[in-house]
Design a protein around this ligand. Structure first.
Ligand code: ZN
Length: 92
């Protein structure tokens, strides 16, 4: 069974763990749409990678005609009929 050859000082531990931290995300720029993208991945906005479309972006294309449509005509406002107060029967 292996045993530690030397005592690890607290300083040794701290020096080793100095490289454990995560580095900040460094985005690259998509050559087609100029948006910040993850490096070595297809652009999530236009689907291009290495100068050709590798992912068909269906959602964005489907949304465009919806935006171009004119807003629907509003239904004529129907006033809510007020509930008539029950007529109290008066005993005379
Ligand atoms: Zn792009």
């Amino acid at each position: 069974m292996g045993l530690p050859g030397h005592h690890r000082t607290s300083s040794d531990k701290r020096k080793r763990s100095a490289h454990f931290g995560l580095k900040a995300f460094q985005p690259t720029v998509c050559p087609k749409c100029k948006k910040p993208v993850m490096p070595h991945r297809a652009c999530e906005f236009c689907g291009f990678y290495k100068g050709r479309e590798v992912v068909a972006i269906k959602v964005l294309k489907a949304l465009k005609p919806v935006e171009a449509k004119a807003p629907k005509a509003k239904k004529p406002a129907v006033k809510k009929a007020k509930k008539e107060a029950p007529v109290a029967e008066s005993k005379s």
